[in-house]
Write a protein that binds this ligand. Structure first.
Ligand code: TXA
Ligand code: MG
Length: 357
């Protein structure tokens, strides 16, 4: 176990990050320490990506399996040419169109990237976050920053600093608190070493957007699977580990909207009858249809980005309320709905019920 540390929590202005706070955090990165910081997707837990000892500490404090590689965050596109052994034309096109933003590119790694950062793979995942605090921190550190989401392995990703405090207080050096993150689900991870390029993890940048620029894009079967997927040759080891799980048992109900509502209500009644404390993850369009259990709306079905933004926070809130079972409505898998459904299904351990029509 790692020793208990004094963790400093610093409030930072998300539009005009205070220079002295950024400098303090950057010095910690340079000295091999750990800094949690906001990005536009979720909070990350950062260390100097080129310092193997520092990166090893990320795995330790998160209790992350050592074969799950970490995304390297940059503030300048030039750094991609140092970190990657090859930068295909498709990467250049995507970077100029979508960076800074929620798109992570998997490329062949150069020799300067420690293999602890890539989880032992010969590829490296790189992204440029669209957040002033993240960019200021990377720039001031003068080194690329390796950062997984700043949660304990398996827990929902943090979308407010309070979540980072819950999971990592006393284990890391600094938490930069700039308020809630904008997108709420992690970046899209796109493998550019395969042909056609393949989405390994659906996220904040949609499949539809990628299709417009690339033409052909495939999606890793595990990313859209309704069952637990056993990955042999792990090009994306992240897909195989337990993830986003609340403490409560969780069920996702999928199907046609009205059938979902009937099934969720029926399940809630059954579990309440068994003496269980029930939480329901509804949507704005359905929330008034339930009159039992602790009911929360994820957002509007006509605005899937609102659902993406609230999802992880609500999973943690229901856990804090001590529910035994979470019953969640499925949403359409278009736009950000693809990422939302991937997170919901994995959070539920693929405990999916088809509501029929
Ligand atoms: O939005 C995000 O991506 C956030 C913020 C902090 O940037 N970060 C994040 O990191 O979600 P993490 O570690 O929680 O997820 C990284 C994902 C995992 O699924 C991992 O397996 C995959 O990216 N990954 C990292 N390097 C890879 C590589 N070389 N090849 C394939 N997959 C990789
Ligand atoms: Mg994560």
């Amino acid at each position: 176990m790692s020793a208990i540390k004094k963790t400093i929590v610093l409030k930072v202005d998300c539009e005009n990050p205070e220079r002295e706070k950024i400098t303090l955090a950057a010095n910690v990165i340079r000295e091999g320490g750990l800094v949690a910081f906001p990005t536009e997707t979720v909070y990350g837990l950062g260390a100097d990506a080129l310092n193997p000892e520092a990166v090893r500490n990320i795995y330790l404090v998160k209790m992350r399996p050592p074969d799950n590689p970490i995304i390297v965050h940059v503030a300048r596109k030039e750094d991609v040419y140092r970190l990657a052994a090859e930068v295909p034309e498709s990467a250049e096109k995507l970077m100029s169109r979508f960076w800074p933003g929620p798109l992570t590119l998997v490329l062949r790694a150069s020799d300067i990237v420690p293999r602890v950062t890539t989880g032992g793979l010969d590829t490296v995942a790189i992204r440029m976050p669209r957040h002033k605090v993240a960019l200021a921190l990377i720039e001031a550190s003068g080194t690329p920053i390796a950062a997984p989401s700043a949660n304990l392995a398996g827990r929902p990703s943090p979308t407010i600093a309070e979540h980072v405090i819950q999971d990592l207080y006393g284990k890391i050096d600094i938490i930069l608190d700039a308020g809630p993150t904008n997108i709420g689900v992690e970046s899209t991870v796109l493998d550019l070493t395969s042909n056609p390029p393949q989405i390994l993890r659906p996220g904040g940048l949609t499949y539809e957007e990628l299709r417009k620029v690339l033409g052909r894009v495939s999606i890793h079967p595990a990313a859209v699977s309704k069952k637990e997927f056993h990955i042999k040759h792990a090009r994306s080891p992240g897909l195989k580990h337990k993830h986003y799980a609340p403490r409560a048992e969780m069920i996702v109900v999928e199907g046609e909207f009205n059938a979902i509502i009937r099934k969720v209500a029926e399940l809630a009644e059954k579990y309440l009858g068994d003496g269980k404390k029930v939480g329901i993850l509804a949507t704005d369009e359905s929330i008034r249809r339930y009159n039992i259990g602790i009911v929360k709306s994820m957002g509007s079905r006509s605005n899937l980005s609102s659902i993406a933004k609230n999802l992880f926070r609500l999973l943690r809130e229901l856990d804090d309320e001590g529910v035994d079972v979470i019953i969640a409505e499925g949403v359409p898998q278009k736009g950000l709905g693809l990422a939302v459904m991937n997170r919901l299904r994995r959070a539920a351990g693929y405990n999916i019920i088809e509501a029929g029509s």
